[in-house]
Design a protein around this ligand. Sequence first.
Ligand SMILES: [Zn+2]
Length: 247
Amino acid sequence: MPLRETEAVVLRTYRLGEADKIASLFTRQLGRLRAVAAGAQRPKSRYGGTLEPLSYLRLWIFERENRDLLRINSVELIESFFDMQKDYRVQVAAQFVAEVADRFLPEREANDRAFRLLLAVLRAMKRSGEINRPLVYFDYWLLRLGGFLPVFERCASCGRALESGPAYYAAGAEGILCGDCRPPQAVQFGSREALAGIAAHCQATLDRWLGEEKPPGNLPEARHFFEGLIEAHLEKKLVTRTMLDEV
Ligand SMILES: [Zn+2]
């Protein structure tokens, strides 16, 4: 049974029997995986508070042949994102990030850029208390790294070059739609140029974007658009998306 060392972010945990927990982890070296933390439900467990959602950890893990679940041997906390979640908006935003990462990232596929993205977004929320720009940045890059970011220049249905002006999005569509292709339930979300402008902001680092005083006014629409794309790809509603709409 080889022992592996890796860095990881805790995406969620759930109880296993009376004493143990299962942790869903995004690890830097081994990708997303699930592992058993034996005895983690016990009051004096050796994990202490390290297995809180979104904790950034160094861990040593046993790989077991022909087994889905790995086993955590020991854990060391590198950075906690627990205190920032006292702010309810940040808490919901953090839960959204964890849910999307848990569902969107493929299992057992290391992705260093996605790992760094997750950390950068959590740190930005922790430092600034802002959620809009970090979430848009997270959505944009996650879609892009996964190869699911649509082009903003053409209609996703007919392929026609989009003029400037209003752009439409319908749940389930794989990109922006023109006025002719939009179904009746399509939502108008600002303009094609506005979206392209936000995409341009995402080319710099998140720190740099947050250093600019005023966020663009159409961030909520852009977020809605990207979140819709993520749900379309997952073919599933995100539980935390509804919560986010309410904060
Ligand atoms: Zn069209």
